[in-house]
Design a protein around this ligand. Structure first.
Ligand code: 4AD
Ligand code: MG
Length: 477
């Protein structure tokens, strides 16, 4: 006999079959009804125990959290709420769970409490739904690129370069922390270090992805990235996953088209394939909304929001237009923003991004052509000499979800920019080589995967959409 999953059994209506199943007890009621879950679906299967013919000791060991193996018969359910259930013939306790100390009680727990018990939080419906969606979205990412002629490239995690030029990197070293070898000038001598030079964890796979785009044409990376920014916000992680496509012979307009088509495709994938999990999370959010004052409630439900993104064009707006809108906006005039927008050239804070998306345009927005001096060195300079071909995609409830650009493909202009920012040509000699040999227009972007999962699940804290979040002062598990 095969062991079945809950998901398979719930889809079956062949009553009378002998089945076997493994899972964890969610609840056990009236010495009779086990709600069993095995992770294969948000739904539990009801297993009805014949308590008169089950010994008292076994009945006592059927507790929330226990792992069990059940043999029984699939029958049409007598009770409400489910179509099928299992008439239990025998139950074996595989692993006991002490009801006095098991942290995941069948009641509502706060997200803070569950974060402290992150190793067990996927035993709850909410977190199992989130993590199944995370897995599906990840599959949808690979599916999209595979179906559109992209090659998956593994960019290095240990690098010597600072791709974003922001200097927010974690050093990788095996030098002795107390007594590192020193140079004659008294500085740490990285020539003595493991790699013979200073190395760090990557902040982005982009620069390496560019090298492959300039030979394989269309590539993408999807891997972990690391940022030592000390920002303890609900949208930042020190370790997060980034998806970075890079395409040769594609300009900024093509980049926007690609990003929009890609985002719609992966969101549509979960609408089509993860309906039950989405409905569960939608109802969770609706319950949460009821506790808020009317004015703060969201106009759309979770699934409506996802459909809205799939069915509507993203609004494309230049940075210059956006600054005009922000300068003349109510919160700016009434000094409600923490950072008041005064001049063209100001960097946008998340409060401004969210105003544009949530209050002004009320749809996803692609902002492009940013001032050169607030963006990274590799972005292509426009003819005006002061803006670059950058694009950021802003999503409701999230703010920036994608950052990308057309890359500077002209050797002389790139060298000038690097010199102005004091970026060493020696270190990036290979990056410059791309501009020496067969250079061409090319573009790409980076999507923060966790921000996508936040949007797709309606979760408001990024720590709740990655299994084990790494943030300042926290690397538990
Ligand atoms: O805008 P960023 O810094 O762009 C790059 O790294 C480019 N090299 C990408 C490229 O063009 N290939 O980061 C891209 C995205 C952001 O829009 C955001 O969604 C996410 O990565 N991100 C973070 N997500 C979680 N925690 C953080 N600390 C993040 N920093 C960036
Ligand atoms: Mg960015």
């Amino acid at each position: 006999m095969n062991t079945n999953t809950v998901s398979q059994l719930l889809a079956k209506d062949q009553f009378g079959q002998e089945i076997e199943i493994n899972g964890w007890v969610r609840t056990f009621r009236a010495k009779r009804f086990i709600a069993l879950n095995d992770g294969s679906t948000i739904n539990n299967i009801q297993c009805v125990v014949d308590f008169e013919n089950t010994d008292e000791n076994t009945l006592k060991r059927i507790t929330t959290g226990a792992a069990v193996h059940i043999k029984g018969e699939l029958i049409e359910s007598q009770g409400k709420g489910q179509k099928v259930e299992i008439a239990v013939k025998s139950i074996e306790i595989l692993g006991d769970s002490d009801p006095e100390t098991y942290p995941i009680q069948p009641k509502k727990h706060s997200f803070e409490f569950l974060r402290e018990n992150a190793h067990l939080r996927t035993r709850t419906s909410t977190f199992s739904a989130i993590m199944r969606l995370r897995s599906s979205l990840s599959f949808a990412v690979h599916k999209y690129f595979n179906e559109n002629g992209f090659y998956y490239m593994h960019t290095p995690i240990i690098t010597g370069s600072d791709a974003e030029g922001a200097g927010e990197m974690f050093r990788v070293t095996n030098l002795d922390a107390k007594t590192p070898p020193l140079t004659e000038e008294g500085k740490v001598d990285f020539k003595e270090d493991f790699f013979g030079s200073e190395t760090n964890l990557t902040v982005s796979g982009q620069l390496e992805a560019e090298t492959y785009a300039m030979s394989l044409g269309k590539v993408y990376t999807f891997g972990p990235t690391f940022r030592a920014e000390n920002s303890n916000t609900s949208r930042h992680l020190s370790e997060f996953w980034m998806i970075e496509p890079e395409v040769a012979f594609m300009d900024l307009a093509g980049n926007m088209d690609l990003a929009e088509d890609f985002m719609k495709s992966v969101i549509n994938y979960i609408l089509e394939n993860n309906r039950e999990d989405l409905e569960f999370l939608e109802n969770r959010l609706l319950d949460e909304e009821k506790t808020k004052p009317q004015a703060e409630r969201s106009e759309m439900s979770l699934i409506e929001k996802l459909k809205f993104v799939v069915d509507n064009n993203f609004k494309r707006v230049s940075y210059t237009e956006a600054i005009d809108i922000l300068r003349n906006s109510k919160p700016n005039k009434k000094k409600k923003f923490n950072y008041i927008i005064e001049e063209w050239g100001a960097d946008l804070q998340s409060e401004h991004e969210r105003f544009l998306v949530e209050k002004h345009f009320k749809c996803p927005v692609i902002l492009f052509d940013y001032p050169a001096n607030i963006k990274a060195f590799y972005m292509r300079l426009n003819e005006d000499g002061k803006t670059v071909r950058a694009m950021d995609i802003l999503f409701p409830g999230i703010g920036e979800i994608v950052g990308g650009a057309q890359r500077e493909e002209r050797l002389d202009v790139l060298k000038q920019k690097m010199a102005a920012l004091d970026i060493s040509e020696e270190e990036l000699w290979w990056y410059l080589d791309l501009r020496k040999y067969g250079t061409a227009v090319h573009s790409g972007f980076g999507l923060g995967f966790e921000r996508l999962v936040m949007f797709a699940t309606g979760m408001t804290n990024i720590r709740d959409v990655i299994p084990y979040p790494r943030t300042p002062q926290n690397a538990e598990f």
